[in-house]
Ligand binder design. Structure first.
Ligand SMILES: *[C@@H]1O[C@H](CO)[C@@H](O)[C@H](O)[C@H]1NC(C)=O
Ligand SMILES: *[C@@H]1O[C@H](CO)[C@@H](O)[C@H](O)[C@H]1NC(C)=O
Ligand SMILES: *[C@@H]1O[C@H](CO)[C@@H](O)[C@H](O)[C@H]1NC(C)=O
Ligand SMILES: *[C@@H]1O[C@H](CO)[C@@H](O)[C@H](O)[C@H]1NC(C)=O
Ligand SMILES: *[C@@H]1O[C@H](CO)[C@@H](O)[C@H](O)[C@H]1NC(C)=O
Ligand SMILES: *[C@@H]1O[C@H](CO)[C@@H](O)[C@H](O)[C@H]1NC(C)=O
Length: 611
């Protein structure tokens, strides 16, 4: 393989169908009008006026990613996002360095909308004494033209991509009363997904005034409670109405106040989820008056499709979807950042990186499989060797997103490829729906002479594997003894460990497990999955490459992995340590001992010898 003429036999397991070896990806052909642009297509050039001048987008010239956001005040989701200093703070203080945002409005009021948006942002930027980040603000471009006046391809993409689910479409409450000729239709924002059941039925509910909802109210039984935002927390209101057997809760904002993201606070969030749907709306005078006069008012719930509010252009100039924003905050404004150039030098490789990307049967996220699945790459270069079918890399697929792209340094495993012919097998579970995976093996030279002559891995010994995480988990491990090869200058422990499944403690996916590699029982190298089960454990991995805005519960921390992310190998310098080692895997510092349905640990671990 040193000449890059390495034969690849690629056994496909399920729909994993395509690999490239040191080839740079070809762009899709440029499309021309009438536009039917899809994700992955190159974004055509455009230029728009902005409050500060012009934004000029030229393919190949614009090196950063560009997010295009179209606001409309008809969406309560967007109104809330733009009214909360917290939600906007994530944009001014958390915008990825290589990203720009073009801010537009879908409505006739575009000139005043973008002025208002800019004001809101400046206010948020300095909220609670924060310093305004000039660099970020210079990457926010406010265009005062309505989307319908742009005269370029952007409206076509916003309209034709559409979207569904969170942050998309216009969620509305429809009020009817026997005394009105026409229904009154207003925007609504459903309460945040994680503390109550938010699903409204398809039916018409009767609406009953329940004051501020800070005390139970028997009259709301079987009806939707109409409740003001004053007096007590959202949680207390909804809990009181649930206790009174209401079918749902509509909280209305105080006069002139924006709609807010109804969520729980502190200890409220520890309570069991409440089992009624709830949403927030503006105070609608005709509804308030009808209720005051004792007229019957009914309410039902609908979502009217809308253009997409967020699209993006990645650093390679390709159009991309932005996925789900689970709740109204700009924390979800992120982009998959990996930008790679292809290297195929000749000489002695000391680095091997796996460049893997994931896409779906069609270019739209809607065609992507549900759920997260483990994908493992196995390599066999010598059928007769015990080193056959060892794991070279592991990834977890993104839930309903087609944009994952990851680079994993697996240089210590270079000796596994020491042959002219190797076969590679990608494995996943049989029930996974199809996605398309592309793998580049990137060999390179770092010429790293930090420690005198560069050290090269030359020998690998396989250590321990995982298994069912039950009370017998640790009984199967025996101390591993090895002799140091004479020429070895460095020894390294290399492990890829992930926890899956769910027993009564959420093990191994959502529980804190630790993995100890013990030398002479008095010194441990320990890998601990401390963020497993934490509310934002995987959200914080987006800067490391996790695909943002997946469907499902991608936000929560997991046992050594995240949806839409590579599993990063854990490496420990073992030089000079004992030549006997033992592995143990623990749950909260003890042997696991689930009562039923044990989870499991997937582990590959190796000792790597360098000379
Ligand atoms: C958005 O709509 C609400 C009422 O629906 C209104 O109070 C608010 O002023 C509007 N904001 C903008 C920027 O138009
Ligand atoms: C109003 O809601 C009640 C309770 O769900 C229902 O029985 C009634 O048919 C509804 N009325 C109208 C006009 O939709
Ligand atoms: C609510 O419903 C439950 C179960 O049907 C019942 O036991 C309880 O008394 C009801 N509470 C009120 C306030 O109607
Ligand atoms: C490493 O050294 C080789 C041979 O001197 C040279 O061709 C190559 O460009 C170097 N690679 C890097 C990344 O500097
Ligand atoms: C060079 O090697 C040193 C010591 O092994 C390591 O810390 C460093 O990250 C390496 N540098 C590169 C560019 O790989
Ligand atoms: C090493 O880990 C084992 C569990 O495998 C534990 O019993 C022991 O106390 C640890 N030793 C040290 C020094 O942390």
């Amino acid at each position: 393989f040193f000449n890059c003429k390495f034969k690849l036999y690629f056994k496909t397991a399920f729909a994993i169908s395509h690999y490239e070896l040191c080839l740079c990806k070809n762009r899709n052909p440029v499309k021309v009008a009438p536009y039917s642009l899809d994700p992955g297509d190159p974004a055509p050039a455009f230029s728009v006026p902005t409050l500060d001048g012009r934004l000029q987008y030229e393919p190949g010239m614009f090196r950063d990613s560009l997010i295009i956001h179209a606001f409309t005040n008809r969406s309560a989701f967007l109104e809330t996002m733009w009214s909360s200093a917290e939600a906007l703070g994530a944009l001014v203080h958390g915008l990825p360095e290589s990203a720009h945002v073009l801010l537009l409005s879908l409505d006739e009021s575009a000139p005043s909308d973008v002025l208002w948006m800019k004001e809101q942002l400046y206010r948020a930027a300095t909220h609670r004494g924060s310093i305004m980040n000039k660099d970020t603000l210079s990457r926010l471009h406010f265009c005062p033209l309505s989307v319908f006046s742009l005269g370029n391809w952007i409206p076509a993409v916003l309209y034709s991509w559409g979207c569904s689910g969170h942050n998309c479409g216009l969620s509305q409450a429809v009020f009817t009363s026997s005394d009105w000729k026409m229904p009154v239709i207003v925007k609504r924002l459903d309460a945040r997904y994680d503390w109550l059941m938010e699903h409204w039925g398809q039916r018409s509910y009767s609406l009953v005034d329940a004051g501020d909802g800070c005390a139970p109210s028997p009259s709301v039984k079987g009806a939707v409670a109409w409740v003001s935002e004053e007096g007590c927390s959202f949680f207390t209101k909804v809990q009181n109405m649930a206790k009174s057997n209401a079918s749902g809760v509509l909280v209305y904002a105080g006069a002139g106040q924006p709609i807010r993201d109804m969520t729980c606070e502190g200890a409220e969030c520890e309570a069991a989820p409440l089992d009624v749907p709830a949403a927030m709306v503006h105070l609608e005078p005709s509804v308030a008056q009808a209720l005051r006069l004792g007229q019957t008012v009914n309410v039902s719930f609908q979502t009217t499709p809308s253009p997409n509010f967020f699209i993006s252009i990645d650093q390679q100039g390709a159009l991309a979807e932005m996925g789900w924003f689970l709740y109204p905050t700009f924390s979800f404004i992120d982009v998959n950042k990996l930008s790679v150039t292809c290297l195929c030098p000749t000489g002695v490789w000391d680095r091997l990186e796996l460049d893997v990307s994931l896409s779906c049967p069609s270019s739209r996220d809607a065609s992507c499989p549900q759920w997260d699945h483990t994908v493992q790459l196995f390599v066999c270069c010598d059928l007769l060797s015990e080193m056959c079918d060892l794991e070279l890399g592991r990834w977890i697929t993104a839930f309903r997103r087609g944009t994952g792209h990851w680079l994993t340094d697996v240089s210590p495993l270079l000796p596994l490829l020491d042959s002219s012919t190797c076969s590679f097998t990608m494995k996943t579970v049989p029930w996974a729906m199809p996605w398309i995976l592309s793998l580049n093996l990137r060999f390179s030279q770092t010429n790293n002479t930090t420690e005198g002559t560069p050290l090269l891995p030359f020998k690998i010994t396989s250590l321990f594997n995982g298994g069912t995480f039950d009370k017998d988990y640790n009984k199967r491990y025996q101390p591993f003894k090895f002799t140091l090869p004479v020429s070895a200058k460095k020894v390294e422990l290399y492990a890829v460990v992930t926890g899956h499944g769910s027993d009564e403690n959420g093990c191994g996916e959502f529980c804190v497990t630790s993995h100890h590699f013990t030398v002479n029982s008095n010194y441990n190298h320990t890998l601990t999955f401390s963020t497993a089960g934490s509310p934002l454990g995987c959200t914080l991995k987006v800067p490391e490459g996790a695909v943002p805005n997946e469907h499902g519960t991608w936000l929560y921390g997991r046992g050594g992995w995240c949806d839409g992310l590579q599993v990063t190998p854990w490496r420990v310098d073992w030089t000079g340590s004992s030549n006997s080692l033992l592995y143990r895997g623990l749950f909260e510092g003890r042997d696991p001992n689930p009562s039923a349905q044990p989870g499991y640990i997937i582990m590959s671990s190796f000792l790597i010898f360098y000379k």
